[in-house]
Design a protein around this ligand. Structure first.
Ligand SMILES: [Zn+2]
Length: 181
């Protein structure tokens, strides 16, 4: 009986180790700012708040705002990661003008967010996954992009970084059961 108990303890301990190893399996971005954006997105998808979109706003090397997609949680179709981060940064800095700031975001912004970034005077948008990648996991950015048109004119404003790490995030989201919107 003692031997059986000991064996059960060992099995339980191994299971706990395996679980904590899985939880610790992190997605590693090269940019520390994109890392924060990815962690925001991971928190959002694990809570069921919305899609795998997180953002971080940086001023002089310091993160001044961050947020993730909360469309499902808030029943707010405008609460994309970029908008959540802009609201957070503006509240933290006590301003509506984010001149001198840049944004890191896990997916290339939809037209609404792209122009929200312009309205906020963000200087550059660093995004991970592309608009085409967004479509691969079921998001409709391209449909609205076709209506707005002219994303190419903002080519210098949009810079792709850490796509591989963000694709890993998208893959993790794809593997989960989730609501599409
Ligand atoms: Zn958006």
């Amino acid at each position: 009986m003692n031997a059986l108990k000991r064996m059960l303890c060992i099995v339980a301990a191994l299971a706990i180790l395996a679980l904590s190893a899985a939880a610790a399996e992190e997605i590693a971005a090269e940019s520390p700012y994109m890392q924060v954006a990815i962690e925001e997105a991971l928190e959002g998808i694990s809570n069921g708040d919305g899609g795998p979109f997180g953002s971080a706003i940086v001023k002089d090397g310091v993160i001044v705002g961050q947020g993730h997609n909360r469309v499902l949680k808030d029943n707010d179709p405008t609460c994309h990661g970029e908008v959540a981060a802009i609201r957070d940064a503006c509240a933290n800095l006590g301003t509506y003008d984010l001149s001198g700031c840049v944004i890191y975001t896990t997916g290339e912004p939809c037209p609404m967010c792209l122009f929200a970034c312009k309205w906020a005077n963000l200087e550059t948008v660093y995004y991970g996954c592309t608009i085409d990648d967004n479509a691969l996991i079921g998001f409709r950015d391209e449909e609205f992009d076709a209506l707005a048109g002219g994303r190419e004119q903002l080519a210098d404003y949009l810079v792709c970084v850490d796509r591989d790490a963000c694709l890993e995030l998208f893959q993790r989201y794809s593997d989960m059961t989730h609501v599409l919107y």
